[in-house]
Design a protein around this ligand. Structure first.
Ligand code: FAD
Length: 340
């Protein structure tokens, strides 16, 4: 497609350790880019527990996952680091000094070094096990994220799932859609009391129709055009909803998928590294955070921060072979925009 994005360090992932590694790289004047499968930065902290307090981040007696990510975001803001979000890194080839990465969105990246900060793997939606699903996903008849609410104007939508995402999107789309069915395999939905009462009120007004306890059974239609969603109960009772759009909200799961195919040494979904540098057995390729392993490894955010600093220092000679790196404190360097 377009020209490759050329940088010094490609960082796979945009979780907490990737964000801090980007800071450390920037302080050493290494250019970097962040790539994440999720549409937002923050990895597990943002996707799994934004409201939960973390108690073991140094100098923060308690900070929520969401606030930690906001603070890391603010810390790297002065460096204006490019972020490629909503795209998974699928391919990695090359060698120390010249790596090439390709993403699911078709972006090509050239980098002298790579830091893999992939956690437990790329986050993606849990997909329902339905025949022919791929074709309906490709046409947009089945979607897992609502990118633009207006895309759903006048649509006949099945929203599947029993949790907050399903409920919140049913409420957000009810005024714009032609019809909304809310399908769950259990009779009861799990959500905030206020949300549940808003759903009941919308059902009473005929804006949303609850269909329970039903599971998705089959998709009707051809060439990616959806004409109906067939549901079934555990007892085998079936029902077909004449929907043209399906939004399943069955949560997120992680998939180390592509990384396992990059020819790296992996051990139980982790990448063994040299602890003092975080370099893997492939020269120029580093791993930090939950995905990295070595004897005594602690899967903690604070450990990942330190690994990012070590990796950045170890990468410096790859990018700047002729410039000796003199160790300096941040207090003597400052960051762009600070008055030092
Ligand atoms: P992650 O946060 O997992 O981020 C990895 C990112 O990489 C993901 O966003 C993923 O989508 C992306 N990615 C992976 N593969 C690809 C690819 N091929 N292409 C593009 N993107 C990719 N830790 C603590 O220190 N203290 C705590 O109190 C604590 N509490 C926790 C509570 C809960 C409920 C959970 C689930 C975890 C907790 N943790 C805690 C663990 C902590 O969240 C992890 O150690 C931390 O998130 C690891 O950060 P990371 O950057 O290595 O990976």
């Amino acid at each position: 497609s377009t020209d490759p994005l050329v940088t010094d360090v490609a960082i796979v992932g945009a979780g907490p350790t990737a964000l801090f590694a980007a800071f450390e790289c920037s302080m050493l004047k290494l250019r970097c880019v962040l790539v994440d499968a999720l549409a937002e930065i923050g990895g597990q902290c943002a996707a799994l527990y934004p409201e939960k307090p973390i108690y073991d981040i140094p100098a923060h007696p308690a900070i929520t996952g969401g606030d930690l990510i906001a603070a890391l975001d603010q810390q790297i803001a002065p460096f204006a680091i490019p972020r490629l979000l909503g795209q998974r890194v699928e391919t990695l080839t090359g060698h120390r000094g010249a790596f090439a990465l390709g993403t699911s969105a078709g972006t090509q990246i050239r980098a002298a070094a790579v830091i893999i900060a992939a956690g437990a793997g790329a986050f993606g939606p849990n997909r329902p096990p339905l025949d022919g699903l791929d074709g309906f996903e490709a046409s947009g008849a089945v979607q897992y994220y609502v990118r633009r609410r207006t895309d759903f104007a006048g649509r006949r939508i099945v929203i599947a799932g029993g949790g907050d995402s399903a409920l919140d999107w049913a409420l957000a789309l009810k005024d714009i859609a032609a019809k909304i069915w809310l399908v769950h395999r259990r009779p009861r939905f799990r959500g905030a009391p206020e949300t549940l009462s808003q759903i009941d009120a919308a059902c009473a007004r005929g804006e949303i129709e609850k269909v329970t306890p039903f599971q998705l059974a089959r998709l009707h239609g051809t060439d990616g055009a959806l004409s109906g969603v067939e549901l079934a109960t555990l007892e085998g009772e079936t029902r077909v909803l004449d929907a043209d759009c399906l939004l399943p909200f069955f949560g997120l799961s992680t998939d180390l998928g592509p990384i396992a195919g990059w020819g790296l040494d992996t051990h139980r979904n982790t990448i063994p590294v040299t602890p003092s540098t975080c370099e893997s057995s492939t020269p120029g390729l580093f791993a930090i955070g939950d995905v990295a392993t070595y004897p005594g490894k602690l899967k903690l955010i604070l450990q990942g921060f330190s690994e990012g600093a070590m990796a950045a220092h170890a990468i410096h000679p790859i990018v700047h072979p002729d410039t000796a790196l003199h160790f300096e404190y941040s207090t003597s360097k400052g960051v762009p925009g600070s008055d030092h």
